[in-house]
Design a protein around this ligand. Structure first.
Ligand SMILES: Nc1nc2c(ncn2[C@@H]2O[C@H](COP(=O)(O)OP(=O)(O)O)[C@@H](O)[C@H]2O)c(=O)[nH]1
Ligand SMILES: [Mg+2]
Ligand SMILES: [Zn+2]
Length: 353
């Protein structure tokens, strides 16, 4: 289904947003996308607008309603003040370390994430699964991209390994420096599409971004030092237009995604284990020594790899730990808030007496 709002598609609009518009929205408001987040405001661009507006929060006590890069806004046509943030197709967010409250929105409305790894020692199934969990938790489509195909004799070995361990996933193998090689990613980069990248340092993300954009816009490791001393450091949270029509989101925040509150992401990536666990005789089966355990039976019969179960246990334990401490931290914050209020009230009372 193609969107009827063709002049918006150029900015990444897709059919998902059509249904959110009321009949007179296009007469009374100006749709625009947040293309970059700067310290002082938001760069918003659409068919009829290209301007900088102050930061915007739709519901003041709900951090999740803060406009972030990738968001679609409806603006007042004269003041450019946002009247609405359209419902997001996907959202990446994280909690700032050390504080219970501060939610950081990293990016909205990303359609596809390229999970980048290289055809060398960086290639690691556990790491790929970890990224998969984060990407699936955000409701985004993952594509595994294996770089440095030119540095190995048998790049197919890596594809085969990825397909074996991560069945059903799309895997592309390429040389990030070579536009012809990178062309295999074009289907995810066309009009109406927004893509982002995750992966460890050194795997070739910046190189791949440069090749996709078709210009030396982003510093690769080799020239980063020069860039640090140089004048043009970008805010680092921006969408870049791709020659094939889509948008590429580049933000350092993607590197800091945490494995907290990602239960549904884990269930999604380990759906095979979840299905098996549902067939165990006891609903609280820990898949260790229990009779009638379908998970252990699957390992016994070879349909489930013992290593995959191990990796699932590790991620699940980590997510439980992180989410638990976050919940505790938030509860502590609430308790502290109440305590402060009580002390203030008592003090007032005391002063009055
Ligand atoms: N041979 C080869 N080198 C690559 C490839 N991709 C990246 N590199 C090199 O690997 C180094 C790290 O790349 P960079 O893009 O900075 O990685 P990042 O940390 O993920 O952004 C640079 O020296 C790149 O030139 C590739 O596909 N093939
Ligand atoms: Mg880089
Ligand atoms: Zn079991």
């Amino acid at each position: 289904m193609t969107s009827q709002f063709s002049d918006l598609v150029e900015f990444g609009w897709s059919a998902f947003f059509d249904t959110q518009l009321e009949p007179d929205d296009l007469d009374s408001t100006v749709p625009a996308r947040v293309m970059a987040v700067h310290r002082g405001g938001l760069s918003v661009v659409g068919p009829a607008v290209d301007t900088l507006i102050p930061p915007f929060v739709a519901t003041p006590d709900d951090e999740e309603t803060t406009a972030t890069v990738g968001d679609w806004l409806l603006l007042d046509p004269t003041t450019y003040r946002p009247t609405r943030i359209l419902e997001r197709k996907s959202l990446f967010k994280r909690r700032a370390a050390g504080t219970g409250r501060t939610l950081q929105l990293i990016a909205a409305n990303v359609d596809t994430v390229f999970i980048v790894s290289s055809c060398n020692q960086d290639f690691n199934i556990a790491r790929l699964e970890r990224y998969l969990v984060l990407v699936r938790e955000a409701d985004v489509t993952p594509v595994i991209v294996l770089t440095k195909a030119d540095l190995t004799e048998e790049p197919e070995d890596f594809t085969r390994a990825a397909v074996k361990f991560l069945p059903g996933l799309l895997v592309e193998v390429l040389d990030s420096r070579n536009p012809d090689s990178v062309a295999c990613l074009a289907p995810w980069c066309t009009s109406g599409q927004t893509v982002a990248l995750v992966g460890s340092s050194g795997v070739g993300k910046s190189t791949l971004i440069n090749t996709l954009i078709g210009a030396e816009r982003i510093a690769t490791q080799g020239i980063r030092e020069d860039d640090d001393r140089g004048r043009h450091t970008t805010s680092g949270r921006a969408l870049y237009r791709l020659p094939v029509g889509g948008w590429l989101l580049d933000t350092p925040g993607m590197r800091e995604l945490q494995l907290a509150n990602v239960r549904s992401g884990i269930d999604d990536v380990f759906a095979d284990v979840v299905v098996l666990a549902g067939e165990c005789r006891f609903s609280d089966c820990r898949h260790e020594t229990e009779p009638g355990c379908a998970v252990l039976a699957a390992i016994e019969s070879g349909t489930l790899e013992a290593d995959r179960l191990k990796r699932w246990r590790k991620l699940a334990a980590e997510e439980a730990h992180n989410s638990g401490s976050l919940a505790e931290r938030r509860a502590n914050d609430r308790a502290f808030g109440k305590m402060v209020k009580t002390v203030v009230r008592e003090k007032r009372q005391h002063n009055r007496e």
